[in-house]
Structure formats: structure tokens, C-alpha cells
Ligand binder design. Structure first.
Ligand SMILES: C[S@@+](CC[C@H](N)C(=O)[O-])C[C@H]1O[C@@H](n2cnc3c(N)ncnc32)[C@H](O)[C@@H]1O
Length: 199
């Protein structure tokens, strides 16, 4: 069973990771994304929502001596909070927390509240980590990530979805797979479930 303590040890964090119960990514998810990151050394990581995951991914980039995290964050207070945490862990140079307020987005017949991505630089994404926007906001809250970012994804891009044990996430993964027949999905059964999608 993974824990924040074992993750801190494995990644050589000297200080305790800041964790907010129910909001921070679960240790099992952080273990999956950090293992992938350390093994594959992605250059560009984009994450939907900032927090403990930003610290973990930034630390992996530091260990890899390559890679940068662009973290889309809709809450101004969380932009400040994550930025301060990155500062205190001396990891700021590996991560930009980008204030990305939620805005109306029409996809086909449906309307969503999703991140404004006008401040995301023109990057080619090697790894996409999806842990927001919060599920209570709307049905299939995290669905827009793939249609909105797919044009920016490298051919080998790997996508990680947290909270994938929920019915809502299972449904939206099914939509992604139907709409992108070249994607393969792998489900990892951990605390809250994780889906990994790759071509
Ligand atoms: C599931 S959380 C993101 C967690 C992040 N990936 C991490 O590992 O810490 C999704 C979003 O919820 C918001 N959030 C984080 N902590 C919160 C809190 N304590 N109360 C309300 N909203 C919160 C932030 O806007 C965040 O981007």
C-alpha cells in the first residue's frame, strides 16, 4: 500500500508533503505518475489542477534533470498556495502554475466549465495529468481535457486520469476511447482508481 511517507522517501523529499485530505491526489495516483515520469523523462508535462501533484511532478523533473510542468489552476488562492509550496521546496523553476479560470466551453451540444488555456504556452505535451476541475461542478467535468488538448499532444503522449473509479470518470473514459480509437486504456485499481491512456 502506498502512502505519502513512502513517496516522500522514494523521491527524497526532506520535508513533509503538504496534503489536504479529500483534495490532494491520493498517494497511489502520485506513485503511478511519478514512476512514469522518472522512467520516461517527459519534457513537457501539463496538469489540470495544481497542488501536491505539482510538487511531486516537479521533483521528478529535478531528479530527471529534464522536464517542466505547466499546471492549469482555476482557483487564484490555489495558484498562490501551490506557487508558495514550490518555492519552499526549491522547485519553482520546474513548474509554472498558470491561473486558468473556468469559463464556458461548448463542445458539440454540451456546455462545460473548463480552464481558459490562453496562457498555456505553445508546447507539445508528453504527459498529461488530469485531476480537475472538481467532479461536483458538472457531469463529465474532466472530459474536455482530451478534446481541448489533443492537438497539442505528442504522438507518444500518456494521459493519466485520477478518481477513475467513479462512474462519471468511467463514462468519460469510454467517450474518449470511442472518439479516439487509436488510444489504449489501462485501468489501475488503487485508492480512487487511475486510468492511463496511450496510443
Ligand atoms: C482534486 S483538486 C487538485 C489536487 C491536486 N492535483 C493535488 O494533487 O493536490 C482539484 C481542484 O480543487 C481545488 N481545491 C484544492 N484544494 C481545495 C480545498 N481544500 N477546497 C476547495 N477546493 C480545493 C483547486 O482548484 C484544485 O485545482
Amino acid at each position: 500500500m502506498s502512502s505519502y511517507q513512502s513517496l516522500e522517501k522514494r523521491l527524497g523529499f526532506e520535508n513533509t508533503l503538504p496534503v489536504t485530505e479529500h483534495w490532494s491526489a491520493a498517494p497511489g495516483f502520485l506513485e503511478v505518475i511519478s514512476d512514469y515520469c522518472l522512467k520516461n523523462k517527459p519534457r513537457v508535462i501539463v496538469e489540470c489542477s495544481s497542488g501536491t501533484s505539482s510538487l511531486v511532478l516537479s521533483r521528478c523533473c529535478q531528479m530527471n534533470e529534464v522536464g517542466h510542468v505547466y499546471s492549469l489552476e482555476n482557483g487564484e488562492e490555489f495558484v498562490d498556495q501551490t506557487s508558495q509550496q514550490l518555492d519552499s521546496f526549491l522547485l519553482s523553476k520546474y513548474c509554472d502554475v498558470i491561473y486558468s479560470p473556468l469559463q464556458d466551453l461548448r463542445l458539440g451540444e454540451e456546455m462545460y466549465q473548463w480552464y481558459a488555456i490562453n496562457n498555456l504556452p505553445d508546447v507539445e505535451i508528453d504527459m498529461l495529468v488530469i485531476d480537475g476541475p472538481p467532479g461536483f461542478l458538472q457531469k463529465h467535468s474532466r472530459y474536455p481535457a482530451v478534446p481541448m488538448l489533443s492537438k497539442k499532444m505528442a504522438e507518444h503522449c500518456a494521459i493519466f486520469l485520477d478518481d477513475a473509479a467513479r462512474d462519471d470518470e468511467q463514462e468519460l473514459v469510454e467517450r474518449w476511447l470511442n472518439e479516439n480509437p487509436d488510444f489504449q486504456g489501462e485501468y489501475i485499481k488503487n485508492e480512487r482508481g487511475c486510468y492511463i491512456l496511450k496510443k
